[in-house]
Structures are given as C-alpha cells and as structure tokens.
Design a protein around this ligand. Sequence first.
Ligand SMILES: Nc1ncnc2c1ncn2[C@@H]1O[C@H](COP(=O)(O)OP(=O)(O)OP(=O)(O)O)[C@@H](O)[C@H]1O
Ligand SMILES: [Mg+2]
Length: 251
Amino acid sequence: MTTALRTADAEVSAGPALLTVDGLAVSYGAARVLDGVSFTARAGRLLAFLGANGSGKSTTLRAVAGLIGHDGGTIEFASGTDRPAMVFQKIHLVARRSVLDNVCAGALHRIPLARSLHPWLFPAEIRREAMAALDRVGLADRADQRAGTLSGGQQQRVAVARALCQGAPVVLADEPVAALDPKAARSIMALLRELAHEENLAVAAVLHQPDLALEYADHVIGLQSGRIVLDAPAEAVDLDQIGELYAEVAR
Ligand SMILES: Nc1ncnc2c1ncn2[C@@H]1O[C@H](COP(=O)(O)OP(=O)(O)OP(=O)(O)O)[C@@H](O)[C@H]1O
Ligand SMILES: [Mg+2]
C-alpha cells in the first residue's frame, strides 16, 4: 500500500480532496504576502511545501488553520474535517506533565467545559485514544515519563501523537524536522508519510530539506514570493527544479 502509492499512478490512487485552497491571498498591512495560492490536500498523501525564507509557507499553513485571516480566495474542507491539527517546529509540550497528558491535551476541544476546571483529569476514553496515538508513534512505553525529559526527536513524536489525538483528518506541520538531527528527521518524515498512507490522512509539511521532500513526500509545492511556482508529484520533480525555488528574488 505504502509503496504502491509512490508510483506513476500516485495522482490517480490518492484519496479524495480533504482540503481545497483556491486563490488564497493574505496581506500584512499593505504588504500582500500570498497571492493566488491554490492547492489540494488529499487523503492518503503527504504534501511538502518548499520555498525560501519569507516565501509564504508558514502564512499558508496559518491561514488554512484559521490562525490568521485571509483577504481573498477560499479555503474549503471536506465536510466534517474543518479543524486541521498543527505540528510546529518549536514543540510546545508541557515539560512537567507526563507524555500521556500532553497527548490527551490534543483532545481538549472534545472535553465538555465542566471538565476544564480540572484540565489534567482526562476521561478514560481520551486516555485510551491518547495511548493508541502514542503507540502509533512508537512511544507507548514512555507514557508516564515527564515530557521534558525526552529527546527532541521523541518530543516531536509526542507532538505528532497529540495532533493525531485531535482526530483531524488534515494535519499541517510547519518545519516538523528543523530542530532534529538527520536520523531523527528521517524517522519523523517516515512517520508522517506512514500516517498519510496508512491512516488515510492528508498531511502537509513545510520543509527546508529538498532531499527529504523528494524522498518522503508524494507531492511537492514550491512557493516563491507568495506564489506557487511548482506543483507536481514528487516523482516528477528533480533537485535542480527545487534549487530554482531558492534562486534570485530580492528579499
Ligand atoms: N505577523 C506578520 N506581520 C507582518 N509580516 C509578516 C508577518 N508574518 C509573516 N510576515 C511576512 O510574510 C512573508 C511570508 O512569511 P512566512 O512566515 O509565511 O514565510 P516562510 O515561507 O514561512 O519563511 P521561513 O522559511 O523563514 O519560515 C514574509 O515576508 C514575512 O516577513
Ligand atoms: Mg515559516
């Protein structure tokens, strides 16, 4: 299944569109930093966003996640999937709490308000789901450990488990491997690809490593100065094309 998706049929065998962005425009004050950004995130597919610093990658994810507004275009989620989960470069775990508690926190929005008086008393059902998510990222045996005592790569796995615990079919990751050593970075990329292919999620990850994008992603989107200049299956892209993304443009 996983390898079958990485064939020339990738476009055909990818699942339904879970997120459709069309003509997205975002401005900060008078400065338009995204213009006419259109793409589709499909179930079962890992999408990589590449582009130079300031090209608009984070702005794209933040607008899709509803963290910032947009002044043009549309962002449409397939019904029932309107709440993407986010994974960030800077891993925001509560260091003094257990790994399991941190993962449960992903499900906070599903817990009735009364419970929020005791924010760390998660219902048994949520704890079960969190354990399953931890198992999925290979850290079930660390459930009771304090999050702050894990390595960076392990903490990013916990952040991915927390995103899974949100139950969102669309997962957005902004530089999820930027702070990790090469081996840990590869294992997180393998995990994100596995989650896309096996759990049928639409995963979109911003990366600064073109080689990782080509190796792990199914589809690559390249941004330059707030516009999409590359949108192709990973198989059809080579490193030279990606290099062009980082050429020129005065910044
Ligand atoms: N809050 C803000 N206020 C004003 N301008 C902003 C704000 N956030 C981002 N920008 C500008 O928007 C443009 C796109 O920024 P964005 O953070 O999306 O780039 P990026 O592709 O994620 O870059 P990087 O690779 O450095 O993370 C940049 O010119 C940036 O200066
Ligand atoms: Mg960014």
